[in-house]
Design a protein around this ligand. Structure first.
Ligand SMILES: *Cc1c(COP(=O)(O)O)cnc(C)c1O
Length: 465
């Protein structure tokens, strides 16, 4: 990873938080003609997707699991991004997909995911989704005794048992509204009948503590081994998603946290908290650390336990699979100088950066791609959306741009594929939804196509040749 054209802030310099950017993307951003043509060709903001980076990340996850000789199944948590390209890549790589709605499951099938590779999580599922799951053989994570009864009834009507996991609420997540506490598990086991084929247990943790996740995995694995005596098909352990992404270097993040103050933000804006933008691990290395954890006083790692007992490990990463797999481009529509700093108006809204709607801010510095580069002359500016809401700010923080941004310059938000891009987008003010464009980075010349026409099987390949 490299930091494009920006270095860490020294004492007395404006606050900055340079994003770590994959070198392939850095190379793309230097192709200013290509970037400007794509941006102007589609009007409004555009999201650039990098399916090849997503594909590489899948391989890195698989390497971690293969090196430990585990029996496993990876599923991409679709809610983190709506693009078709990533689902296509998942299907081509042979991994599965975690969905929560009929729409997500149908989209997965349309893009080639095998039905038995589709997992369904989420709270009480709709009747239609439960029926579809029974018909197609999706693996459902049952959330409550009440849902289990309804699922079993529907599956018997459909005439096929429903493949199911039971979702547990880990002890450390007692505030979560999902799953059932292990102590109450018998409430569900007692209701099992021939409508349900129990295949294992699942949990999903928020927060990035590696010991906590390993601990929850051990506890659940032991419970699974006990259940196996009564339910011989019960051999899957689904440890959910929630693997980390590191957006920035540790020193930059620490400096940011130490130095940030109200004056760094437009309107002295304060937030209730921030995503931890630096992490010591990325997704695959966090997974390795979890698998290699040994409980205190024991000699066997989690990986060894899974391998010896033949437990199949299921994982549902969303954000971590999308690390570096997309960026978002806006144009500068105008700049208002307020004397001590500027307010940029971008050609879109903050709905294209979801973090802004969770009483927080997407902090990695946006990059300015100027139409006409000038000699460095730092200019601080915040970035507002084009709507009529005061709260529609893409960046409240006064970013220290290397030169004064001007109408027609491009602003690039890095690493937006995981949750930022599209979960909150709407046609507010009648604006069209921003387009998604899949960009090929590996060929000598960059290639692109609309996300909806992307085909992973032939991307970047000239099949005539
Ligand atoms: C959201 C979610 C995920 C994905 O979480 P990430 O933090 O994006 O990895 C996986 N499983 C379940 C059940 C979820 O709700």
């Amino acid at each position: 990873m490299v930091n494009l054209a920006q270095s860490s802030p020294a004492e007395g310099e404006p606050l900055s938080l340079p994003a770590q950017i994959d070198p392939r993307i850095t190379r793309l951003l230097r192709e200013t003609g290509f970037i400007r043509a794509l941006k102007s060709g589609f009007g409004g903001p555009v999201h650039l997707l990098f399916p090849e980076i997503f594909r590489d990340t899948i391989s890195r996850f698989e390497d971690v699991l293969d090196q430990r000789a585990l029996h496993y199944h990876l599923m991409f948590a679709k809610k983190a991004n709506k693009a078709e390209s990533f689902v296509q890549e998942s299907a081509l790589a042979g991994i599965g997909l975690d969905a929560a709605t009929v729409e997500e499951a149908a989209n997965a099938m349309a893009n080639g995911i095998r039905p038995d590779h589709i997992g369904i999580s989420g709270p009480a599922k709709s009747d239609i989704l439960l029926a579809l799951a029974a018909q197609q053989g999706f693996l459902i994570a049952l959330d409550s005794p009440d849902e289990l009864d309804r699922a079993s009834f529907i599956a018997r009507r459909v005439g096929r048992p429903l493949r199911a996991l039971i979702r547990l609420t880990p002890e450390s997540q007692e505030k979560s509204r999902f799953g059932i506490a292990a102590a109450r598990l018998s409430l569900m086991l007692d209701r099992l009948d021939d409508g349900i084929q129990l295949e294992g247990l699942s949990f999903h943790l928020s927060g990035y503590s590696i010991p906590e996740r390993a601990e929850a995995a051990f506890t659940t694995a032991r419970l699974l081994l006990k259940l196996r005596q009564d339910f011989p098909n019960c051999r899957k352990l689904d440890i959910g998603g929630g693997l980390p992404v590191s957006y920035c270097r540790e020193t930059d993040w620490q400096t940011f946290l130490d130095r940030e103050q109200p004056g760094d933000f437009h309107g002295n804006k304060r937030f209730s908290g921030y995503y931890p933008y630096h992490q010591p691990h990325d997704g695959p290395s966090a997974l390795a650390a979890i698998l290699d954890t040994k409980p205190s006083g024991q000699t066997h790692s989690l990986a060894a336990l899974l391998k010896e007992t033949g437990i199949e490990l299921l994982l549902e990463p969303g954000r971590a699979l999308l690390d570096q797999a997309g960026i978002t481009l806006f144009s500068v529509q105008g700049v208002k100088d307020r004397g001590d700093y500027g307010i940029i108006t971008a050609d879109g809204t903050s709905f294209s950066l979801s973090e802004q709607w969770f009483d927080s801010e997407f902090l990695p510095d946006p990059l300015l791609l100027p139409a006409r580069p000038e000699a460095p002359s730092p200019y601080p500016a915040s970035i507002g959306g084009v709507s009529c809401l005061d709260s529609d700010m893409l960046t409240w923080r006064k970013i220290s741009f290397p030169q004064k941004p001007r109408r027609g310059d491009i602003l690039c938000y890095p690493n937006t594929a995981g949750y930022q891009m599209d979960s909150n987008e709407s046609e507010f003010h009648g604006l069209p939804l921003p387009r998604k464009i899949a960009v090929g980075l590996n060929a000598p010349d960059f290639t692109w196509c609309l996300d909806e026409t992307y085909c992973a099987a032939t991307a970047g390949i000239d099949i005539q040749g």
